[in-house]
Design a protein around this ligand. Structure first.
Ligand SMILES: NC(=O)c1ccc[n+]([C@@H]2O[C@H](COP(=O)([O-])OP(=O)(O)OC[C@H]3O[C@@H](n4cnc5c(N)ncnc54)[C@H](O)[C@@H]3O)[C@@H](O)[C@H]2O)c1
Length: 262
């Protein structure tokens, strides 16, 4: 059984993965901030504490979910996504951990107009400080793959929810079952090197390319279309239209603009 150190284990994705990965052959050691009831209480922005945790657990892989999952100031975004990823990668290098699976986001490319099927090799186009943090974290993963030969799978997650409730989510939904399938595949894929995949279900209306994920063994089974009639029972609104303009939906709208240093 492979041992996985799972950061952000008390959160939404973390709880689902902690509960369900063991049935697929992964021993999960959860890590989260103090007071969250995780196996290990560690702030991932602290490289010394992260190093001690990795030395203690000696995992076969890291799943890195810990972070603020929405917009924040620029320093907070860089700390939450880039410094935490750097602390984990450096500890992995020091203690010989060969693989990381990272929870990136569609907001790394969220400012792209929503028009074409989006490949994983497109240029970065963040929509927020949050998106900038995810882009920089992905760059750091790539650096460690190139320099130190680790494997890093970056999953650009869409909308992790029990079910889709907006028109945009009919394209971006990632079901809990498919989340487990995706992380399991990313942990088991032979020698992925540096790989970016999109974290959505097999949505009929999906506009992010699932081929890179499928190439790693991710075989999504759910489709937001199941909920389309229910979601579309309400008339389309201005908010729906604004959210439909860019890949990042609401994050790419003016409401999400905030000063970088406040
Ligand atoms: N939920 C989504 O739809 C979605 C979409 C795209 C990307 N993501 C990414 O997936 C990851 C998990 O998202 P979520 O929805 O489960 O978020 P969440 O807020 O429910 O969980 C995040 C967890 O990380 C912990 N955490 C935050 N900062 C930490 C730190 N410095 N050290 C240790 N633990 C820390 C929190 O305590 C929390 O338990 C995030 O990185 C997020 O950006 C989520």
């Amino acid at each position: 059984m492979a041992k996985v150190l799972l950061t952000g284990s008390a959160g939404a994705l973390g709880t689902t993965l902690s509960d369900r990965l063991p049935a697929l052959g992964h021993e999960v050691v959860g890590l989260d901030l103090p007071g969250q009831g995780a196996d290990l209480s560690v702030d991932c922005t602290d490289p010394v504490a992260v190093d001690e945790a990795v030395a203690e657990v000696r995992p076969d892989a890291v799943i890195h979910l810990a972070g603020i999952p929405t917009e924040s100031s620029l320093p907070d975004a860089l700390s939450s996504h880039v410094l935490t990823t750097g602390a984990l990668l450096e500890a992995m290098r020091r203690h010989g951990v060969p693989r990381i699976v990272y929870a990136s986001s569609n907001h790394a490319v969220g400012r792209l107009p929503r028009s074409v099927l989006l490949g994983a090799d497109t240029n970065a186009r963040p929509d927020t400080h949050y998106g900038v943090g995810k882009v920089a974290a992905e760059a750091l993963l790539h650096l460690y793959v190139d320099r130190y030969g680790i494997d890093a799978v970056s999953t650009r997650i869409g909308s992790f929810l029990e079910r889709p409730t907006t028109r945009r989510q009919l394209s971006t939904w990632l079901s809990p079952d498919d989340t487990v399938r995706m992380f399991d595949a990313a942990l088991k894929a032979p020698s992925p090197g540096f790989a970016v995949i999109y974290g959505i279900s097999a949505n009929t209306r999906g506009w992010w390319d699932l081929a890179p994920g499928r190439a790693l063994g991710y075989d999504p089974q759910d489709d937001a279309e199941t909920y389309a009639a229910e979601v579309e029972a309400e008339p389309e609104t201005e908010v729906d239209r604004a959210e439909g303009a860019h890949v990042g939906g609401p994050f790419a709208t003016e409401e999400y603009e905030r000063p970088p240093f406040d």
